[in-house]
Design a protein around this ligand. Structure first.
Ligand SMILES: Nc1nc2c(c(=O)[nH]1)N[C@H]1C(S)=C(S)[C@@H](COP(=O)(O)OP(=O)(O)OC[C@H]3O[C@@H](n4cnc5c(=O)[nH]c(N)nc54)[C@H](O)[C@@H]3O)O[C@H]1N2
Ligand SMILES: Nc1nc2c(c(=O)[nH]1)N[C@H]1C(S)=C(S)[C@@H](COP(=O)(O)OP(=O)(O)OC[C@H]3O[C@@H](n4cnc5c(=O)[nH]c(N)nc54)[C@H](O)[C@@H]3O)O[C@H]1N2
Ligand code: SF4
Ligand SMILES: [Mo]
Length: 689
């Protein structure tokens, strides 16, 4: 029996694996985030280990739409040759790397180093740009640091009030719901979602309030809430004086957002908005938390919206006060660690900026290269993918842990661009939709077959442990990167041993914002709860901000923000707002969960949630096939009637492939600060077929 964690989301539920034949049996394990509970995806996760179409040999495209198995030595020689060629003909920045927030810390670190040291390219970014970047940017500018939850999840157990903005934890992190029980029992759960989601339903029967704004209007809602807090004098004056700066400018920016205007922009009744603010202001008796999810962050104004949520939390004196706070719910298994160790185009390990001379010097020293050899910042994900086929753009790309053909916005354009690459290498354990387009596919180990660490949504570093041997023919990514680096002239710079890589990561992060230098495999294996920052010789930090904020002044910044509305506006008659998101049964692009029979049979196709009144007006039957379309593409789904959604809005999950891809309709409009695409609002039309 091996103690490890679930392969999927950032809650990283504790799990026990017992080998059984060529797979493993899964049992829930006591861990603070899940207390033994698992969701349906977790219970069935071992099925992917023996997926019938799992790949167990490197594959070479045969030019006729198929693949031929090849041996590792020749395939690595071939990749190295092609990359060296591309580099010498078109320059190092013609080779790019696309990583993922599901990779362990060790893999994410090695990938960032591989790009800069072995390929010499600036062009690395990852799917966290689609996930965490707006909340990260907002936390950095307001609080001076970006750790999803700056407190342990179990702190929520004692809260009287919790406001969840654009987060559907009942489907996306089911065991998390237990941490909301106290708030629900006191009528203090506030859910902000244009749909009556499974989480919004938890507010029924006295559990709390459901605010149902028009999609993309959360920034207006939060400005209105701040205005009410100021107008009703619910703000915490001592806290504002002692711990924050910028109140006057913030008050001016919110001043115009009187309740009637907020109601007319958002559609949320002013009385409900007022009740929500008054509830949160009760924090003096029992703590209050403000928490954001992708529903408010995946917008072209996502950074400003997350800032507005932080502003409200600061006005009420919540951040850094015991029993209260602000946080964002990191999504992918290692969404937190994945954004700290160098996969981001502008960052080096330890959450250090690649433009900071001191950070460059420190990291170059650990890597054993001259500082001048380190490239500068590259392009964020959307721009990186858009550069393919452009004169100075990417010509070769290595993908690790992402399936952008399904998950990137405006998939038609992305797919078309990937097709223009001279050379695409995808590392995966199945032939994902992206892997199918590759010139070379490299089969890698899965979670139950590898050691490493991840950093969960609380900033707590946890151990992933190998429980079963991988199939013959499969390799770890650390091994692949080490072997490729050797062929690229960097022999001895990389290691395929996770613990050796972690020890190097510790040193490379020392002195950075996300300092891991005090954390070790030995401490983790002994059961120590290690939250970063944890400098060597120092202590773990379960709670941030108790004594101040890591900003220049030591104070949190209230950042004035303005409402702009979504990039896609409804202009033409008959248009509806499409919002996209998740189902309990499927994970992300579905590459893994669509291969689990129990999950796939429960949810085998894309269902469009639509209000019966809207559907009837369009002649769409419950269960009927529909075509959704806009200027960017068309997508097919089956309609399902629900009264839980606004009449001007429809909802589609993004887990399905081919012509059921929700992303055929989404826009490439991105947040100007974070580069986060606006997944959550697209103007579309629907028709029965
Ligand atoms: N089952 C499952 N669980 C997952 C994942 C998965 O794919 N499947 N993925 C993991 C990852 S990577 C992530 S990032 C998290 C995401 O977890 P969540 O953020 O909970 O997931 P979403 O479904 O994307 O969005 C949440 C809610 O936002 C609402 N929403 C849409 N537009 C708006 C808007 O304009 N305003 C507001 N207020 N709400 C809006 C949607 O109706 C939806 O109910 O889940 C993690 N857990
Ligand atoms: N319309 C719409 N689109 C969205 C979103 C949305 O809400 N709406 N959400 C966005 C968000 S928040 C996210 S996080 C992205 C995620 O979307 P993707 O980046 O596509 O994430 P996954 O589907 O998890 O892709 C992971 C791929 O890597 C493989 N894989 C898993 N683990 C490993 C590993 O350790 N190594 C390697 N090499 N491969 C591995 C899996 O088999 C799978 O093929 O989607 C984004 N796209
Ligand atoms: S909630 Fe997340 S970590 Fe927990 S079992 Fe489900 S997918 Fe796995
Ligand atoms: Mo995500």
């Amino acid at each position: 029996m091996t103690a490890t964690h679930c392969p999927y989301c950032a809650l990283q539920c504790g799990m026990e694996l017992t080998p059984s034949g060529s797979t493993a049996e899964v049992a829930g394990r006591e861990f603070p985030t899940n207390r033994g509970g698992l969701c349906r995806k977790g219970w069935t996760s071992a099925e992917v280990l023996t997926a019938p179409d799992r790949i167990s040999s490197p594959l070479l495209a045969d030019g006729r739409g198929g693949f031929t198995p090849v041996d590792w030595d020749s395939v690595l020689d071939l990749i190295a040759d092609r990359l060296i060629n591309t580099r010498s003909t078109h320059g190092a920045n013609a080779v790019g790397v696309f990583g993922g927030g599901g990779l362990t810390n060790e893999k994410a670190y090695a990938l960032g180093k591989f790009a800069r040291v072995a390929l010499g390219t600036a062009m690395i970014d990852y799917n966290g740009r689609f996930c965490m970047s707006s909340a990260a940017a907002a936390a950095n500018r307001s609080l001076g640091i970006d750790r999803g939850l700056p407190f342990p999840v179990t702190d929520l157990d004692h809260a009287g009030q919790v406001m969840l903005l654009g987060s559907n934890v009942a489907d996306t992190m089911p065991p998390f719901v237990q941490h909301l029980e106290r708030a629900r029992s006191e009528g203090g759960l506030i859910v902000v979602d244009p749909r009556r989601s499974a989480t919004a339903e938890l507010t029924e029967d006295g559990g709390g309030l459901h605010l149902q704004p028009a999609p993309g209007t959360d920034l207006a809602l939060l400005l209105g809430m701040s205005q009410i807090a100021i107008a009703e004098d619910l703000v915490d004056h001592d806290y504002l004086d002692q711990r924050t700066e910028g109140f006057a400018a913030l008050a001016r920016s919110a001043a115009g957002w009187h309740a009637a205007r907020t109601q007319s922009v958002t559609g949320v009744p002013a009385t409900l908005i007022r009740r929500a603010v008054r509830l949160l202001a009760k924090r003096r008796d029992r703590g209050s938390y403000v928490i954001t999810g992708r529903g408010v962050e995946q917008h072209a104004d996502g950074t400003d919206t997350a800032s507005a949520a932080i502003n409200l939390a600061l006005l009420l004196g919540l951040v850094g006060r015991p029993g209260s706070g602000y946080g964002t719910l990191t999504g992918q298994g290692n969404g937190q660690g994945g954004r700290e160790h160098g996969q981001k185009s502008d960052q080096l390990p330890g959450y250090r900026m690649i433009t900071d001379p001191a950070a460059r010097k420190a990291v170059a020293e650990v890597w054993g290269v001259a500082e001048a050899e380190l490239p500068g910042p590259g392009l964020p994900a959307i721009k990186l993918l858009a550069s393919i086929g452009e004169p100075d753009g990417l010509r070769a790309l290595l993908v690790h842990g992402s399936n952008p053909v399904v998950s990137a916005p405006r998939s038609m354009a992305v797919t078309e661009r990937l097709g223009r690459l001279d050379f695409l290498v995808v590392s995966d354990f199945v032939l994902s939709e992206t892997a199918r387009m590759a010139d070379v596919v490299l089969p890698v180990t899965q979670w139950a077959e590898e050691d490493g660490t991840l950093t969960n949504l609380e900033g707590r570093v946890i151990r992933r442990r190998a429980a079963v041997p991988p199939p013959a023919g499969v390799r770890t990514e650390l091994w692949i990167l080490t072997e490729l680096a050797r062929r690229l002239g960097r022999d001895g710079f990389f290691s395929d041993d996770p613990k050796t890589v972690f020890d190097e990561l510790r040193r490379a992060s020392a002195g950075g914002r996300a300092d891991y230098s005090g954390i070790s495999y030995a401490a983790l294996d002994a059961g120590e709860a290690c939250y970063w920052p944890y400098p060597e010789g120092g202590e773990s930090t379960p709670r941030l901000f108790a004594d101040g904020f890591p900003t220049e002044s030591g104070r949190a910044r209230l950042v004035p923000v303005n409402y702009r509305g979504p990039a896609d506006q409804l202009h033409r008659p008959g248009e509806l707002v499409l919002i996209t998101g998740r189902l309990l049964e499927h994970y992300q692009s579905g590459a893994q969960t669509r291969r689990v029979p129990e999950l796939q049979s429960a949810r085998s196709e894309a269902m469009l949630e639509i209000h019966p009144a809207t559907a009837e007006a369009l002649g769409i039957d419950d269960g009927g096939s529909v075509r959704l379309h806009n200027d960017r593409g068309e997508c097919y789904a089956r309609a399902t009637y629900t009264r839980s959604i606004r009449r001007d809005t429809v909802f589609l999950p993004f887990h399905f492939p081919e012509r059921e891809r929700a992303n055929l309709l989404t826009t490439e409009a991105t947040d100007p600060i974070s580069g986060m695409p606006e997944f959550k609002v697209a103007a579309i039309r629907v028709e029965a077929i």
